[in-house]
Design a protein around this ligand. Structure first.
Ligand SMILES: [Zn+2]
Length: 253
């Protein structure tokens, strides 16, 4: 069977064709690219297994102890741990977008804390470290669904708690660009607080423009101008700094 192999300082790659099929170049590209995320996830998992074997000894050994203080429990500093499990993270990476990466977790034998000893080594963003775009997307989701649902439907699945904090931290940001908006629509929605009683009002101001015709139907393009905690009249002050020709709201401004 035909084989292709490439050597790199990081790894050797070998591919063996399994069939006598004559695939097109396009098919080869599509199949290879679709297999790569799974290959990366498996490689990262096996790497962590190797590191753990080197740092902690083979599985099942009693008295496992991390040799390096840098891998010690972040809570109590103990180096005695047990292997626990893998937790899948979904970082966004170049080329592929979101991929699934299993991250090794261990349990501290002194205090019971569960942590990821190779968090730093793997260099994945810390949990809850989401870009502003992701948090805005999450807050928009919170305006139409529960925090839990919004968490699932947001890129990178920030937790419901993270989205709730993002809503709490929301403050109108100054935007010095000289942009002229023709038509801006205000939508105010009451969002329940998470795990507490009470409501928070969120107002989203978006610019609406005519979009391309799709199958003979006109569409609208929306772009966020401002998103803030407060009712429509509270947003007014913020919008005054912007150049807006027409503002559509429900009359409470
Ligand atoms: Zn501990």
């Amino acid at each position: 069977m035909p084989t292709a192999s490439i050597s790199h300082s990081l790894f050797d790659i070998q591919i063996h064709m399994r069939t006598s099929e004559h695939p097109s170049v396009l098919k080869i590209v599509i199949v290879l690219v679709s297999l790569l995320p799974k290959l990366i996830a498996t490689l990262v998992k096996n790497l962590q297994e190797k590191w753990l074997r080197d740092d902690l000894g083979p599985p099942g050994t009693v008295g496992n102890l991390f040799s390096s203080q840098s891998l010690a429990c972040p809570k109590c500093g103990s180096q005695h741990v047990n292997r626990k499990d893998y937790k899948v993270r979904k970082p966004v990476v170049p080329v592929f977008g979101e991929i699934k990466i299993p991250q090794r977790r261990v349990e501290c034998r002194e205090c019971g804390a569960v942590y990821k000893p190779y968090e730093k080594t793997l260099g994945l963003p810390k949990n809850g470290n989401y870009t502003k775009e992701v948090l805005i997307e999450g807050i928009k989701n919170v305006m139409v669904m529960s925090y839990e649902k919004a968490s699932c439907f947001t890129t990178g699945s920030p937790s419901a708690g993270t989205l709730h904090r993002a809503v709490g931290d929301l403050s109108p940001t100054k935007n010095d660009e000289e942009v002229k908006y023709e038509l801006v629509v205000l939508d105010a929605t009451d969002v329940p607080k998470w795990k507490e009683s009470g409501q928070i009002t969120l107002t989203l101001a978006h610019e609406v423009k005519r979009g391309p015709e799709v199958y003979g139907r006109s569409t609208l393009k929306r772009k966020i101008v401002a998103l803030a905690v407060g009712k429509e009249k509270d947003i007014k002050k913020f919008l005054e700094e912007k150049s807006i020709q027409g503002l559509l709201h429900d009359g409470k401004l």
